[in-house]
Design a protein around this ligand. Structure first.
Ligand code: NAD
Length: 397
C-alpha cells in the first residue's frame, strides 16, 4: 500500500509545457505528479501558448515568477544554466507539437513525460526512442487510467489462468460530448482535435482508443494483434477525414478475436470506457465508472464482484493501493500511480538500475510504439474502404 513515503531519494525537479489555465488535462498531471510530494516538485513551466496568461497562471499555482517562461525553448535554455535546473518535463500541449518539444527536451538532457497519442508516425517514435537511449532518458506516456490497480489484478488473474484461454476481447472507449457540430465551436480543445494538422491522422482513434489499446496490452502482454479491419465515420461531416466514430475488428495471433468501439458521438454517454476479456472458462470486466470493481464471471457459477483493496487481490494490485477499503478511488489516484512509476523509472535510469526498470510496469516509450502504429493501421484499413490488413509490429531499431 502507498502512503506517500519516499520511493526515491529526493523529489525530481519538474516542469510543464502546456497544461495552463484553459487546458483540459493540465490539472490531471499536477494532481498525479504532486500527490506524493516525495516524487516531483513543480519548479518551472511554459504553461501556455499565450506567455502573459502562462506566467500569471504559473505564479498562481506557486511557481516562482522568473521560472514561468514565455516558451519551452527559453525554459530549456535558462533552466540548463541553473544548478537547480529542471530534470524532467511534461508535455501537455496539442498533439501536433509533441514531437518537436519532445526532441528539444531530450536534446536538453531532460527526461520526458508526454501526452498521448505520442506522435503522428512510427518513424517519429523510433527516432525519439533512439535519441532517448542515446541520452539515457525516460520517455513516459500519460495513459492516465492505466494506473488503476484493478487492471493489474486482471493481468495477474489472466496470467495465472483464472479465465482460461482468451477468446474474445471487447474494448470500448466512447462518450457523447461531440455529438453536435456546435461542440467543435465550443472550445479550442475540441476545435484542434478535428484539425488533422494539429490532431494528426485521426480524432477518436488517437484521442480515445489509444488509451484502451494500451490498457489491453497492459492486461494481456502476450496477446499480439495479427490483423485488423477498421471502419471509421465522420457523423459530423465537417470533421472529415477525421472520424468521430470507429469500429475496429481484430484477430490475434493465438486465434482470439477482438473489437474496439471508439466514439465521441455516443449521445447520452458520459463515460463509456469498458474492457471485457472472455476466456474459455470465465470472463473479466472493468468499467471506468466503477473502477474500484472487477466483474469476474465463471461459467456456471454466480458472478463475483472483486473489490479494490480487499486482501484476496493479487499483491501487484494491492501494492498500488492508496486509500484502503471502504473508500472510493478514481482517475486522480490512477494518475498518481502512473506518475509515481515515472519517478521511480527516472531515478532507476539515472542510477543505471536496469533490474528495477525491467520490473516496472508503466507506460514508457514502448506504449508509444504500440499506440502510434495502432492508429496508423486503423487509418490505413479504414481509408482503403475497411479492409483486413496485416498488423506489422514496428521493428525496434
Ligand atoms: P487544450 O487545448 O485544452 O490545452 C492545451 C494547452 O497547451 C493550453 O494551455 C495551451 O495554451 C497550451 N499550449 C499549446 N501550445 C503550446 C506551446 N507551444 N507551448 C506551451 N503551451 C502550449 O488541450 P488538452 O485537451 O489539454 O490536450 C493536450 C494534450 O493532452 C493532447 O495531446 C491530448 O491528446 C492530451 N490529453 C490527454 C488526456 C489523458 O487522459 N491522458 C486527456 C485529455 C487530453
Amino acid at each position: 500500500m502507498l502512503n506517500g513515503e519516499k520511493k526515491i531519494k529526493r523529489p525530481l525537479r519538474w516542469a510543464m509545457v502546456g497544461g495552463g489555465r484553459l487546458s483540459q488535462v493540465g490539472y490531471k498531471h499536477r494532481t498525479g505528479a504532486l500527490r506524493d510530494n516525495t516524487a516531483f516538485q513543480l519548479v518551472a513551466g511554459a504553461f501556455d501558448i499565450d506567455p502573459i496568461r502562462g506566467k500569471d497562471f504559473g505564479m498562481n499555482i506557486g511557481v516562482a515568477e522568473e521560472r514561468c517562461y514565455p516558451d519551452y525553448q527559453t525554459m530549456f535554455l535558462e533552466e540548463s544554466r541553473r544548478d537547480d535546473g529542471i530534470e524532467v518535463v511534461t508535455i501537455a500541449t496539442p498533439n501536433g507539437t509533441h514531437y518537436e518539444i519532445c526532441k528539444a527536451a531530450l536534446e536538453a538532457d531532460l527526461h520526458v513525460i508526454c501526452e498521448k497519442p505520442l506522435f503522428f508516425t512510427s518513424e517519429e517514435v523510433l527516432e525519439i526512442k533512439s535519441l532517448a537511449e542515446e541520452k539515457g532518458k525516460i520517455v513516459g506516456v500519460t495513459y492516465g487510467y492505466s494506473g488503476n490497480q484493478m487492471l493489474l489484478q486482471m493481468r495477474a488473474m489472466i496470467e495465472k489462468g483464472a479465465i482460461g484461454d482468451i477468446r474474445i476481447v471487447e474494448l470500448q472507449y466512447t462518450h457523447g460530448f461531440s455529438s453536435t457540430e456546435e461542440a467543435d465551436r465550443f472550445s479550442d480543445a475540441q476545435r484542434w482535435r478535428v484539425d488533422p494538422k494539429i490532431a494528426g491522422p485521426s480524432f477518436v482513434l488517437g484521442d480515445l482508443s489509444t488509451h484502451t489499446h494500451y490498457m489491453s496490452q497492459l492486461i494481456m502482454p502476450h496477446m499480439k494483434i495479427k490483423k485488423l479491419l477498421c471502419d471509421r465515420q465522420s457523423f459530423i461531416s465537417s470533421r472529415a477525414p477525421l472520424e468521430d466514430n470507429a469500429y475496429v475488428l481484430m484477430h490475434y495471433e493465438n486465434g482470439a478475436v477482438g473489437r474496439m468501439w471508439t466514439s465521441s458521438v455516443n449521445a447520452g454517454c458520459m463515460n463509456g470506457h469498458r474492457i471485457r476479456i472472455v476466456g474459455s472458462k470465465a470472463s473479466l470486466e472493468w468499467w471506468d465508472s466503477k473502477s474500484s470493481e472487477l466483474l469476474y464471471e465463471i461459467q456456471g457459477q454466480p458472478a463475483q464482484t472483486l473489490i479494490r483493496a480487499m486482501p484476496y487481490l493479487d499483491e501487484s494490485c494491492l501494492a498500488d493501493e492508496r486509500l484502503g477499503a471502504l473508500h472510493v478511488e478514481g482517475l486522480s489516484d490512477a494518475w498518481a500511480n502512473v506518475y509515481l512509476k515515472f519517478a521511480v523509472a527516472i531515478d532507476a535510469k539515472n542510477r543505471g538500475d536496469d533490474k528495477t526498470l525491467n520490473q516496472l510496469v508503466y507506460p514508457d516509450i514502448h506504449a508509444g510504439l504500440e499506440g502510434v502504429p495502432w492508429v496508423e493501421h486503423c487509418v490505413r484499413s479504414a481509408d482503403q474502404g475497411g479492409v483486413w490488413i496485416d498488423y506489422q509490429e514496428v521493428p525496434e531499431k
